[in-house]
Design a protein around this ligand. Structure first.
Ligand code: G6P
Length: 369
């Protein structure tokens, strides 16, 4: 069926607004809220037993690569499962040393990206168990992998991925909880808490969409910048890279995503009055660390926009502009903070008048090398 934009100006805008639903649908595939049980619903013969694997190797390209990195933090923290994430175009050509107990996971919206598919096929050839987190359930990767872990974002038309990304993150977070249960790393009570926290995401994503007016104001300023820095720690680090990628893709403004703690090892040299820093700062166990990095930027005259909950303390020192994000459990922060990151890129591009849904030189799916 033809997908229409409806009242929205661009598919990207429509897809950003669909995220409460697409995340809800995706979570519901993996988790059961009624009983508070985290369980993988696709336990057919040959499905993955998380208790019997000792490593995960995620391969992906572009936005899916950042979703994979967010998944990694959860697999290691919640399930104690070592997890590597690599860009498929590197993985496939460097003769990686994989071990037999490794589960290879391809993450892809289309399920057709050439490098990701080749990496998946290579892993299978090495005798590894394979899974595919894909949005197109009839795709090559869906067929190739031993196990299909679907995302339920629905068709994504905008070239710059939005709802497929949050659906990938939602699926990986849910799988990490399922892995934690299977591996005996979390008890029934924490399991119930994490499942409830995940199911809060759709409502909090809807709340984050209300940040619209604040984000528009920031985007107005960003549209004049030539370089933008995104900072974050923990799962906000890959989200910072995703934020930089989104901005590059559709507004053609040069942007970099950096781990806030790495600032002093290079990017701080870029800071001047003309270079805005966007900080993703949920109230988690590293908030104070991030806040002190922002003081360092502000002290050097760099404009800082801190996206943080209202309840977060003000970093000392002047000149830090704040945008309030919803309060949320740290586990779902990458889902909630994805919204301001996407809206920032979107409104900056609209301000600049670029072709948001069809950015220059980019393809929705790269099926040739
Ligand atoms: C292209 C798209 C990106 C996407 C990447 C991976 O570069 O423009 O938005 O993240 O491919 O695509 P996949 O379908 O494998 O997720």
């Amino acid at each position: 069926a033809m997908v229409e934009k409806g009242a929205y100006r661009h598919f990207m805008e429509k897809e950003i607004h669909e995220q409460p639903d697409s995340v809800q649908h995706t979570l519901s595939h993996y988790l059961d809220l009624v009983t508070g049980r985290a369980k993988v619903q696709t336990l057919e013969a040959g499905a993955i037993d998380f208790a019997r694997i000792d490593r995960i190797q995620i391969v992906a390209c572009g936005t899916a690569f950042y979703a994979g990195q967010i998944g990694r933090y959860a697999f290691e923290r919640i399930a104690g499962l070592p997890c590597d994430v690599e860009i498929a175009s590197e993985f496939r050509y460097r003769s990686p040393a994989v071990t037999p107990g490794t589960l290879a996971v391809a993450v892809s919206q289309s399920g057709e990206t050439a490098d990701t598919l080749a990496s998946l096929t290579w892993c299978k050839g090495q005798g590894l168990k394979t899974a595919a987190v894909v949005n197109v359930h009839s795709s090559s990767m869906a067929r190739e992998a031993d196990v299909l872990w679907p995302t339920h974002a629905g068709p994504e038309i905008g070239v710059a991925s939005t709802k497929a990304f949050t659906a990938q993150v939602a699926a990986l977070l849910a799988l990490a909880v399922a892995a934690g249960v299977a591996r005996g790393r979390i008890d029934g009570q924490s399991e119930g808490e994490l499942v409830k926290a995940l199911f809060e995401a759709p409502r909090l994503i809807a709340e984050a969409l209300q940040m619209d007016a604040d984000i528009r104001a920031v985007a107005h300023d960003l549209s004049k910048a030539t370089d933008v820095l995104f900072l974050g720690r923990g799962a906000m680090f890959p989200l910072a890279m995703e934020g930089a990628l989104k901005l590059k893709e559709i507004s053609y403004i040069h942007a970099e995503g950096y781990a806030a703690g790495e600032l002093k090892h290079g990017p701080i040299a870029l800071i001047d009055e003309e270079t805005p820093t966007i900080a993703l700062a949920p109230l988690d166990d590293v908030f104070e660390k991030t806040a002190s990095n922002l003081q360092e930027v502000a002290a050097r005259g760099g404009p800082v926009i801190m996206i943080a909950p209202r309840t977060a303390p003000d970093p000392h020192g002047a000149g830090i502009r704040r945008i309030h994000a919803p309060d949320c459990h740290p586990l779902i922060a990458p889902l909630v903070y994805a919204v301001p990151v996407q809206l920032l890129a979107y409104y900056t591009a609209v301000q600049k008048g670029t072709d948001v849904d069809q950015p220059r030189n980019l393809a929705k799916s790269v099926t040739v090398e």
